[in-house]
Write a protein that binds this ligand. Sequence first.
Ligand code: CAA
Length: 699
Amino acid sequence: MTDVTQVNEKISIERQGDIALIIIDNPPVNATGQVVRQGLQDAITRLNEEGTAKVIAIYAEGRTFVAGADITEFGKPPQPPALPDVYNIIEASQIPVISVMHGTALGGGFELGMATHARIGIKGLRVGLPEILLGLLPGAGGTQRLPRIAGIPFTLDMALSGRQVKAEEALEKGVIDRLVDTTPREAALQAAQDVLDGKLATRRTSELQVERDDKALEDTAAKLKAKQAHLFSPHKVVEAVAASSLPLTEGLKIERQAFLDSMQTPQRAGLIHAFFGERAVSGIPEAKGDSREINKIGVIGGGTMGSGIATSCLLAGIPVRLVEVAQEGLDRGVATITKNLEGAVKRGKMTAEQKDAALKMLEPSLGLEVLSDVDLVIEAVFEQMDVKKDIFGKLNTICKEGAILASNTSYLDVNEIADSTDRPQDVLGLHFFSPAHVMRLLEIVQGAKTAPDVLATGFALAKRLKKVGVLAQVCDGFIGNRILAHYSKTASYLVLDGASPQQVDDALEGFGFAMGPHKVGDLAGLDIGWMTRKRKAATRDPNERYAGDVADKICENGWFGRKAGQGYYIYGDAAPEPNPEVAKIIDAVRAEKGITPRTFTDAEIVDRYMTAMIVEATRVVEDGTAKRPVDVDMVFLFGYGFPRFRGGPLHYADTIGAKELVARITEYAKEDANYWQVPPLLQKMADEGTTFADLNKGA
Ligand code: CAA
């Protein structure tokens, strides 16, 4: 006979003879919110006071064991009991406690397991310490107990990478005692019985000895100092793990302090904004409606973009028909896709067999006619309206009814493209970022007539491709490239007025960008920007200060960047060096324009660059191109290498405040009132004392 007691709404105790099961039920991911913490503490205390059970087994209902602390509580006043205290009570239990973990036991969830006296993994389990990805560190004993269980180097690896360790590796490292293939409940009952029968050993983690490894600690600290000096919590991880050779209570105190210090940093706030933002972009009604079934995709164009898109689809297991006009282009496309997939094998993303299977799903073909049976076409040809309209006109007659017709255009008018068909409701923009099989951003561009289920299919596809789909409305450049077109001028103005390209790059890399804008330009090819400037020359605002003088002259020499061996920098076997010829060009342009160069501090460079980015980002929200500030933030995190720990341009804007931003823009406007204008929305926010976070909440 079973005997179930509800400790509170999330925790229950079930008695089966000498066995007590503690069951956690807090969907969706069994996070250790206050009610769970309280319930666990009460359950263990009650069972120890009663003293009738001889073994306790903890497991969780639902799709996963505990996925960690409840992140929504972070940044709010802490509610007792604190997680480390609950786990200390579990570890101190007089009755042996075992845990059965399934799904993803992460952060505070994995630490719960570590506080128990034996751990069982269910097949498919992954354990991890992802706190570092949130600007934190394990704060419930992980930095103290894992070294005792699996050693200091493994703890540093897990806590600094945040990687999820597969069950097999966890078993090999002694992190779990057993790996079984059954339900958590069955495993809990079986393991508990085995403890009673003396077939499964239990022990307190605090009683295990840590094998000291000062070299691993020193090497890691030095590496972090060199590579991640600007981050806070990684250094704290090393400090806390170093304390694991102290008695557990002392080590836990050091860990706790490091955790609380990390919690106070803007980096933690930025990273948690990124965590929820990644999920919020697809949490909108447009993403959630009925979608159309996609079983086969046609990709038009075997260039870098088309091949990347095709690779991305194949990686997700979706058959692709790749179309080109000439055999040569088709062969090049197939070769690129093969190379991309081989790269995925090298990076451990797939096995060689999986690569071969993926390539079997690729059907290279000549001519659009073969697209009559695909469910979705993604056009990725040259950015020319006439060419696109011609293709869409043909697709209109070739494709089956209900097929979705998407353009990967980065700036052209999706409505004009849609109107070249009789079915504009089936047309949308799917703007991938290069390399398309790596970059996670997908701008989903809604045309004026795009049907709701077509839009929802765009989001469903993003999910299948493991991408972050963000809704954008039609305009030149959509969300990302439109903002980029504006702020990248600032980098050029800074150079014209006195900074060197290298100083601008260094300052922005110091801010956290992986690469400064001139290095990015060299990598992408300076000819791309040159073409865009030529395209826009006829429609350029005559009052606008021209930003392209230096870049145009570099391009006139054919120095298109990395692929040409030189651009802003010179490339060879050694690390890139600033190009002395570019310095001469800059001097000449300054002289020609009568500019007396001035000095800029790195801080001013960052302020100007970021303010320009925020200005256009605000306008994009103001005119509805992006639905909310968080959508802009995710575009920049997943498509433009924006430092994740800063949360995105508009999350970062809140750390400055609208008032200060308006003051800065007003000051800069004294030099160039055309470029530096205060967006009305930002002025309103400054007047009312509101933030972009308020706008995200719909305030
Ligand atoms: N706290 C609160 N909510 C959480 C959460 C958490 N730890 N983890 C996930 N959620 C929420 C998500 O926001 C999402 O909510 P919506 O449905 O409203 O969008 C929902 O749970 C489902 O999450 P996913 O969509 O991400 O589901 P998934 O199946 O794709 O992934 C997961 C599941 C792998 C657990 C993933 O959610 C994840 O990685 N979660 C974060 C894990 C984590 O970082 N844990 C460490 C927390 S910090 C900590 O524990 C500190 C400490 O040491 C005390």
